[in-house]
Design a protein around this ligand. Structure first.
Ligand code: GLU
Length: 472
């Protein structure tokens, strides 16, 4: 690689919400810039006015900001090559268009839409691919800005090029055609604008999806006509549906990335998950901090084959990142999902251990699993009796438990002390379950729950004893 400063860019079209695919492209471009102490550009490619969706630009920026993928140059902060919104750069494209015309490498398209449709139909009928260049007019007039401007492919030839991920690629002459540079509405096409922008913004590496491979010979031909060396291409693998081979699209449930935020996935998890969705540094390690990812990231280890979406893995990773949180952050996140009256600090570890994502709390509150912490459980009282015990014996055991817990004062009512008191009673019985089971059941209404000592501590002395008395 040359010693030029690495400059990467993320160049989304504002045509709807961002999903994992777009975010991953941004992430890889950002990681590569960070790794090389380079710069990362956010550029908005809004030249297809019909497909534009209002609010997309704000959504793109909000999504990247949430994840901490901060751009060094972009629409809101500017930079040396602004504007970073293509629709505000029309003069620049025009300047290059005129240059190409002057060199004889561009010409106005003289055909009407109907005429072009006819050429296309004829090719279809003859089962040949339609190539505009076969209809290239002999003489053309002056471009007045109302006709489409086409690139006059200077040389019809095969192209070979190198892709940092896919290796050596090539395509035959059929991949070249006289494509549109400027449309009749005055806006440039993607094919033209991105090349001018990447040139002017000194972009060194282009990370993008595989759908652009088939157009690359056209791009190369334009780079040649402009006399410029193309940036390095790094084609990213497609993201596939879970368990399948189809590309993941919005129709297959590819969600708005901010939905993951709402559901309580951590940004650290999303970065870690998306980084490994199509790249891996080798080895067993799967949990990475952002800094570790920057350190480990290489283009060579981006995979060629598609990467399957895997929500189970996402949940697992979120659990792992939750384990790494400090208590204060954890408390803030959990309390964000807990009603005020339930915001008891002692419950934080109990919840943290049981959730994959923070919105699980909402569900747990509705389910027996958690709501006994906040509401007295309703249960079938015959279930209070342990399998080898009797009603009479259970009464005695619960009574003894109450007596021994009453000896502890409020400040001593910790899980350790409760455990010591109850285990003394339990160890004197033929089976510990004869006392531990009814206590667990009386407190939680469940056979399986966090251990009864921690429940007692969280409920506090009064509530614990009140539930035991109810059980009697
Ligand atoms: N505007 C293009 C898109 O959203 C970007 C392709 C590229 O990165 O060059 O698909």
């Amino acid at each position: 690689m040359s010693d030029k400063k690495v400059i990467t860019r993320f160049a989304p079209s504002p045509t709807g919400f961002m999903h994992v695919g777009g975010v991953r492209t941004a992430l890889y471009a950002w990681l590569w810039a960070k790794k090389n102490n380079g710069a990362f550009i956010l550029r908005i490619e809004d030249t297809d006015k019909e497909r534009e969706v209002e609010g997309s630009i704000a959504h793109i920026m909000e999504s990247l900001k949430w994840l901490g993928i901060q751009w060094d140059q972009g629409p809101d902060i500017g930079g040396p090559y602004g504007s970073y919104i293509q629709s505000e750069r029309l003069e620049l494209y025009k300047k290059y268009a005129l240059k190409l015309i002057e060199k004889g490498d561009a010409y106005p398209d003289p055909y009407t839409k109907e005429q072009l449709d006819e050429f296309r139909k004829k090719a279809d009928d003859e089962k040949r691919p339609f190539l505009y260049r076969e209809h290239r007019p002999e003489n053309f007039g002056i471009w007045d800005g109302t006709q489409a401007l086409r690139f006059k492919t200077p040389e019809i030839k095969s192209y070979k090029w190198h892709d940092a991920v896919r290796g050596d690629l090539s395509a035959g002459e059929e991949a070249l055609d006289d494509f549109i540079l400027i449309k009749t509405d005055g806006y440039p096409t993607y094919n033209f604008a991105h090349i001018i922008d990447d040139l002017q913004m000194e972009v060194t590496h282009i990370m993008r999806a595989d759908e652009f491979i088939s157009s690359t010979p056209k791009f190369l031909s334009l780079y040649d006509a402009l006399g410029i060396t193309p940036p390095i291409f790094a084609t990213l693998p497609p993201i596939l549906v879970e368990g399948g081979h189809k590309k993941l699209g919005k129709r297959d449930g590819a969600k708005d990335i901010l939905e993951y935020k709402k559901e309580g996935y951590l940004k650290e998890t999303m970065i870690n998950f998306l980084a490994l969705l199509g790249w891996n540094p080798g080895g067993e390690k799967e949990i990475y901090t952002v800094d570790e990812l920057i350190e480990a990231f290489t283009l060579e280890r981006i995979q060629i084959s598609g990467a399957q979406m895997n929500l189970e893995k996402l949940d697992w990773m979120n659990k792992e990142h939750i384990k790494k949180m400090n208590l204060e952050d954890l408390k803030n996140k959990i309390f964000g999902f807990l009603p005020k009256e339930y915001q008891n600090e002692k419950i934080i570890p109990v919840i943290a251990e049981r959730i994959a994502k923070f919105s699980d709390i909402t569900e747990m509150l509705e389910k027996a699993e958690l709501n006994f912490f906040f509401k007295e459980p309703i249960y079938d009282k015959t279930k209070l009796i342990y399998k080898t015990s009797t009603k009479e014996q259970t009464d005695i055991n619960i009574n003894n438990a109450i007596k021994s817990l009453e000896d502890l004062n409020e400040s001593q009512f910790t899980k350790e002390n409760v455990k010591e008191a109850l285990m003394q009673l339990a160890n004197a019985l033929p089976s510990r379950g004869e006392i531990l089971h009814p206590i667990r059941f009386a407190l939680s209404g469940l056979d399986k729950s966090p251990d009864p000592f921690i429940i007692a501590e969280i409920l506090g002395k009064n509530e614990t004893i009140s539930r035991l008395q109810k059980a009697l």
